[in-house]
Design a protein. Structure first.
Length: 1121
């Protein structure tokens, strides 16, 4: 049996704004409270009549009042209370403020530029949704009233935040240092990859010396050994030389080199051994020979003293220079010179030739230390193989590199320009605004505006090596030459100076000392000790044997910025701590440190605005909670009082209650701090009722009629029988409901016992409070009524579906879902442009439209060439999109490179996998479909969706059936040109509603010779779906028990209908559809004259029609053709 308690047929209407929807309460306090009553509770507000004019049932004022309270009573009450509290503010609200608020409520922004960027369809959608929400909230035609109180709340909240100093000077300091920067000028170069940047730098023989973070120019050569110096000049590095290896004999007869290293060790019998254990002897000429009698060291190179050996070495060592006319010309041979005489030449492969051009590489004794190499193979950059560049020289190269990257789609920079020339130019590509850069990449903005700091005398104004930054989820490499940096006080440094001045410790300590751990401006101070055994980082002293100096290191942390320093404390063997004179400094004021009142005030107001307007906080709501507390809000209705605890968790309603007065407040504040008024304000039950129905009498009547309309319908008899008194009804279905209530009671008791077992307070003191939270009911009878409504509501919605012919209306959408079906695993490559460098594709269609005929022709030619190159690359089965992206990014920009010319034109490639991540396990992805749970028809641009449809249909062709993957034709959208790669999806075979078997096997209307669902099938499935919401269809006796016939289908047909239709169908089972039908039914009735409203019956009926139309348009306008 299905658990009726869990069946929530009524789904909140998606268009309703927060002003309409009421949150469920969290607890219910029971007792003997008096409940404020209407003066005329039994007065009939509405009577429902049959076709003969006879009254079927009536709706009293009290019934509407109870519905009002359970639906949104607390919101309606707070409107009255807040209007009284804010009356001095509301009187100051201007028409301009109201218009701005309505604009913001309509479009989500009041920024004219943002609104201008919306499409006409988007604007219309926002405007329609706002208008509908105002109808259902009761403000249609009086939107200004709702906007006025919203404005007043914000103005009050702003005043409160200002008055209570919620925007602290620390927050302003943080905003100033981290987010406030004046515009700068800079040359910023974006590279596709690190390899791309290196390639451009190498074009100009530029290298990065990491030890100094500077750019230098490669000399064209490297030294094999940079520590090899001529014996007569320690500052020079040997370029080439010939020499001899000499040894001297030490006192033990060992042979030692000039570096005093023992190379051959003499042992007994005149045997010498080396470090590898090889043995040597001397021949009769005293040459050192090996076991094969080969001379290893000539006797002439062995001396009795180091001095003699060194003299011989110097006499037989000759140094030469190595040079080229063009150090970077790899084809030019290097010359080995003795003065001006050419002794040898060396080619690019390192072969050595004598003056007669004979290759003597293998026979010469020449040792070459200076080697000419291309920059790509130079190895480690050092000060000896590269030349220092001035900042002006680096700027000149930056200009060249910039032009290499941008000259085809930006105005080139004039070579030879100085910093001043560039600063004074009107080139917008050199202008950078912090907020703009920060919106795309916080890290890049921080680097450009803060880390790259020109304020120091020795500041390096440029990036020495391209650095990667993530910009809008894409990674690029950047180099920046910063041209300007407006003066800005580093107030963090000043604040740290002030904090540091307050740190005072005793110079001598024999006992524990106090180490400060906090400082001004919410800073923290941590400590480390160089000798924790004597003085710990917490100031604990362990008496040493002798007086000992201990270094304590402090680290001040101020808003993420740190400063460290050392203090030496002498820890005494005996004695007392030295006297500490506390700092006499006073805490400086941030505004004074900033020395810019205009900026300080602007930042203060900015933070105030963000405090009030932020959509991620409840600051306005919290301000109103505190204001109501200040003026002693009291609520005498326990149900509204408990509802209010969902807003203010600390609130306690008046448990004694009152017979008449529902709520009170003790006064109201003056405008912006003016004197308050202590005149109390009371809201009676009549006041609340009159106010609420004055706005939406028909809507509350509609809600109040739901139960009686259902109980007095034939549907009740179908399920529950003729007995409409619920307490006397003994039907099987009623038994199921009671069983569900009993089951829920047991669940409640089980939870309560479990919480109590572990000493945890359970939020719900009784079952009534628990069910109030679950269903918004006040008593067990209310719960029973709620569940009976839940059972019968699907019937009422089914009636609406039939009356409005909604299935036929949805048929076209179902057919569309069938015709356009696909299930594909999708990844794609996008050729796009990003001239504004925000990391997201620029509007491709706008760019194409901006080109003249000649430019467009050139662009099309280039694009066609790129497309050919891409397809050629992907023809290799081992290459995929990722490989292509890597190759594209890393390729050089040389004329003869494969991808360089496309990068130079500003064309970028990116790839994405578009499959949808599972909601519960993101490691699992689902194929894209046209419709259904993973449908994309409403989220992708039409031309892309059409391409997926075409790709799926192409995949269905016989010749493609066995392909593992399939490429699309190129597809152009606003994002660029897409190459789509498809694999067969999770449900690649299209669901089919075809059934041509025996008609008698299933319900009439199931037979279908086409795979496309028919109207008859949809109608059958709609009936089946409705029954599934009401009955347990697994019960084999269900049809006999309730005299119903449940439609039957082949499994394949049911699966198809579920896929193509169930999402649409379930979307009909919402409160809006129910209210459409109730509105229609209630038109057969009469609104009676009431002292609570001046609205006539005609006006109330018109209001009812408007509500009906609003629901209808919100739910079904998109299907009506």
């Amino acid at each position: 049996m299905k658990n009726i308690m869990t069946k929530r047929v009524i789904i909140i209407f998606s268009v309703l704004l927060a002003v309409v929807v009421t949150a469920l309460i969290l607890a219910l306090v029971t007792g003997n409270s008096r409940i404020p009553q209407l003066s005329n509770p039994e007065g009939v507000f509405y009577e429902r009549v049959d076709e003969n004019g006879d009254v079927i049932y009536t709706i009293t004022n009290q019934e509407i009042f109870e519905e009002l309270k359970s639906n949104d009573g607390v919101e309606q009450l707070l409107y009255l209370i807040d209007s009284y509290l804010l009356q001095s503010y509301m009187s100051q609200v201007t028409n301009t403020q109201i218009e701005e608020m309505i604009t913001r409520l309509t479009y989500g922004t009041s920024d004219a530029d943002e609104i201008a960027d919306l499409t006409d369809d988007q604007k219309e959608s926002y405007e329609t949704a706002f208008a509908q929400s105002m109808v259902l909230a009761g403000y249609s035609g009086n939107e200004e009233a709702y906007a006025r109180i919203r404005v007043a709340k914000e103005v009050y909240t702003r005043f409160m935040a200002d008055n209570e100093d919620l925007i602290t000077e620390e927050k302003i300091a943080s905003e100033f240092m981290k987010k406030y920067f004046e515009d700068i000028k800079a040359i910023r170069i974006r590279f596709a990859s690190a390899a791309d940047a290196v390639s451009i730098m190498q074009k100009y023989q530029l290298v990065t010396l990491s030890s100094t973070s500077t750019i230098r120019q490669y000399n064209g050569f490297v030294y094999k050994n940079e520590t090899l110096h001529p014996f007569d000049d320690e500052d020079a590095i040997v370029e080439a030389y010939v020499t001899v290896e000499v040894f001297y004999t030490d006192a033990e007869g060992n042979l030692v080199n000039l570096a005093d290293e023992e190379i051959y060790t003499k042992s007994t019998g005149a045997i010498y051994t080396d470090e590898d254990g090889n043995e040597y002897t001397k021949d009769e000429s005293l040459n050192l020979i090996n076991e094969d009698s080969e001379i290893v060291v000539e006797a002439a190179h062995i001396f009795t003293t180091k001095e003699l050996a060194n003299a011989y070495y110097e006499a037989n060592t000759h140094y030469y220079t190595v040079s080229k006319i063009d150090a970077y010309d790899t084809d030019e041979r290097a010359q080995v010179l003795d003065g001006v005489t050419v002794l040898y030449t060396i080619d690019k492969d390192g072969k050595i030739y004598d003056p007669l051009n004979v290759d003597v590489t293998s026979t010469t004794v020449l040792i070459v230390n200076k080697v000419y190499k291309p920059i790509k193979t130079m190895g480690t950059v050092t000060v000896n193989n590269s030349a220092e560049l001035t900042n002006d020289e680096v700027l000149a190269f930056y200009i060249k590199m910039y032009n290499d990257i941008y000259s085809e789609f930006r105005t080139p920079l004039v070579e030879g320009s100085t910093s001043e020339t560039l600063i004074n130019s009107a080139n917008p590509d050199l202008d950078f605004v912090f907020d703009t850069v920060n919106a795309s990449s916080t890290s890049l903005a921080s680097y450009m505006f803060s880390t790259l700091d020109l304020s120091k005398d020795d500041a390096i104004p440029y990036t020495a090596a391209a650095t990667s930054y993530t910009v809008s989820n894409n990674t690029y490499h950047y180099m920046v030459y910063k041209l300007t940096q407006p003066d800005k006080v580093n107030i963090y440094e000043l604040m740290l100076d002030a904090i540091e001045d307050t740190i005072v410790l005793p110079m001598e300590a024999a006992k524990d000392i106090t180490l400060p751990t906090t400082g001004w401006f919410n800073s923290t101070i941590s400590w480390t000790s160089a000798n924790t055994a004597i003085l710990s980082a917490k100031g604990v002293v362990t008496t040493p044997e002798n007086d000992t100096n201990v270094k304590l290191t402090y680290k001040i942390t101020l808003d993420g910025v740190t400063r460290s320093g050392d203090i030496i404390v002498k820890v005494l063997k005996e004695g007392e701590n030295s006297t500490v004179t506390p700092s006499s400094a006073t805490k400086p004021v941030v505004k004074t440190l900033m020395a810019d009142d205009v900026t300080y005030d602007a930042l203060y107001n900015k933070l105030l605005d963000e405090y009030v307007l932020s959509t991620s906080t409840d600051n306005v709501s919290n301000a109103m909670i505190e204001l109501r507390k200040d003026y002693s809000l009291a609520i005498n209705d326990k149900f509204i009082g408990v509802d209010y605890t969902a807003i203010d968790k600390d609130f306690e309603y008046n448990k004694k209650g009152d017979k008449v007065i529902l709520a009170t407040i003790n006064g109201f504040p003056g405008y912006l701090g003016a004197a308050q008024t202590d005149t109390a304000y009371e809201v009676s039950a009549d006041d609340l009722f009159e106010f609420a129905i004055g706005k939406s009498a028909s809507l509350y009547t509609l809600y109040a009629s739901q139960f009686k309309e259902i109980v007095y319908s034939d549907y009740f008899v179908t399920i529950f029988g003729e007995q409409r008194d619920l307490t006397k009804n003994k039907s099987d279905k009623m038994d199921e409901i009671y069983e569900s209530i009993r089951s829920q009671k047991m669940t409640y008791l089980s939870y309560k016992a479990m919480y109590e077992q572990y000493g945890i307070s359970f939020d719900y003191e009784d079952f009534a409070s628990f069910s109030r939270y679950q269903y918004g009911t006040k008593s067990e009878m209310d719960l029973l009524k709620y569940l009976v409504k839940g059972v019968l509501q699907p019937y009422m919605i089914g009636e609406a579906i039939e009356a409005e012919d909604l299935i036929a209306m949805l048929l076209e959408t179902v057919e569309e879902n069938y015709d356009n079906y696909f299930s594909l695993d999708i990844s794609h490559l996008i050729i796009h442009i990003d001239f504004d460098e925000d990391g997201a594709p620029d509007n491709y269609n706008d760019y194409i439209a901006s080109l003249d005929a000649t430019e467009l022709d050139a662009f099309d030619t280039l694009k066609a060439s790129l497309e050919t190159e891409i397809l050629t690359y992907l023809d290799d089965s081992e290459n995929d999109f990722s490989d292509l992206i890597t190759a594209y990014k890393n390729d050089s920009r040389d004329v003869d490179s494969t991808w360089g010319k496309y990068k130079n034109a500003g064309l970028w490639l990116m790839t994405e996998s578009l499959n949808i991540a599972d909601e519960e396990d993101e490691t699992i992805t689902h194929s894209l479909q046209y419709s259904g749970q993973y449908g994309v028809k409403d989220s992708y641009v039409p031309e892309y969706t059409e391409a997926l449809i075409a790709l799926y249909q192409e995949y269905q062709l016989e010749q493609n059936a066995n392909l593992e993957q399939l490429y699309s034709d190129l597809v152009t959208t606003q994002f660029g040109v897409h190459l789509i790669l498809a694999n067969q999806g999770d449900d690649f075979e299209r669901f089919s509603a075809e059934y041509t078997g025996p008609a008698s096997s299933y319900s009439e209307g199931v037979v279908n010779t086409s795979g496309k669902p028919t109207l008859a099938q949809l109608e059958l499935y709609a009936q089946y779906y409705m029954y599934s919401l009401i009955y347990d269809l697994e019960d084999t006796e269900i049809e006999e028990k309730y005299n119903i016939t449940v439609p039957t289908f082949p499994n394949s047909v049911r699966e198809a209908l579920e896929f193509y239709f169930e999402d649409l169908l379930s979307g009909l089972y919402v409160v809006g559809t129910l209210n459409i039908q109730l509105s229609t039914r209630l038109s057969n009735g009469n609104f009676l004259e009431s002292s609570y409203t001046d609205l006539t019956e005609a006006q109330l009926m018109a209001q009812l029609d408007q509500i009906r139309d609003t629901y209808y348009d919100a739910l079904f306008a998109k299907y009506a053709k």
